[in-house]
Design a protein around this ligand. Structure first.
Ligand SMILES: C[S@@+](CC[C@H](N)C(=O)[O-])C[C@H]1O[C@@H](n2cnc3c(N)ncnc32)[C@H](O)[C@@H]1O
Length: 194
């Protein structure tokens, strides 16, 4: 995503305080172990992937469409594999090949009518029983409306928030069943199983 190229250099600085909390939540809801292959879809600079690798020794692949975000993560020496790709198009990954995936604050950057395409594509590459964990913002509070405006300004782009209920429906259509949902400060966390 081109707009993220513009903010890649300062992205970690702005977001570093929430990374630790996101990682704790991810590890609470996904069993991530050494050597297992996980995708971070829209993984940005790979800061979260790097923390997960440090804590578990898992093999993280950061999938992101922004060359700038990937370049930033590589420059920082984050431990991950890198794939400049977009789940709205075909991911260059074999079907039924990955243990699990995370998608943190990324879905709302994908156009509303393309979100189901992206979720279906992620479902394709997951192994049977593989899990996708989504962390998203909920648009319906004042802080998020403000954050949304800031994000629009900073990334110079549009955002398409989806409520947890609507997302559950889309995930079902994509062949993924929701087995865990939790409201979070400013949003929600959803776990799905293929
Ligand atoms: C708000 S950032 C989140 C980055 C990281 N997950 C985090 O929590 O810090 C959204 C990321 O999604 C990426 N992105 C947006 N749309 C995408 C798409 N269609 N395919 C792949 N990556 C995408 C952007 O380039 C950006 O790095």
């Amino acid at each position: 995503m081109k707009s993220f190229d513009l903010v890649a250099k300062i992205y970690d600085l702005i977001n570093r305080l929430r990374y630790q909390r996101d990682v704790l939540d991810i590890l609470r809801w996904l069993t991530i172990t050494r050597g297992k292959k996980f995708l971070d879809i829209g993984g940005g600079t790979g800061a979260i992937a790097h923390l997960l690798f440090q804590k578990t020794g898992c093999r993280m692949t950061v999938v992101d469409s922004s060359a700038g975000m990937i370049a930033e993560g590589k420059e920082k020496g984050y431990q991950a594999e890198w794939l400049q790709a977009d789940p709205v198009k075909t991911l260059p990954i074999a079907s039924n090949s990955v243990e699990g995936a995370i998608m943190v604050y990324t879905l709302h950057h994908i156009k509303k009518n393309q979100q189901i395409i992206a979720l279906t594509e992620i479902g394709r590459v997951l192994k049977k029983g593989g899990m996708l964990l989504i962390i998203e913002m909920d648009y319906h509070n004042f802080l998020n409306i403000s954050l949304n405006l800031v994000e629009k300004l900073v990334t110079l782009g549009n955002v398409w928030f989806i409520s947890a209920n609507k997302l559950k429906g889309s995930l079902n259509k994509a062949g993924l069943s929701v087995d865990h949902y939790e409201k979070r400060q400013q949003g929600y966390i959803l776990r799905t199983v293929k």
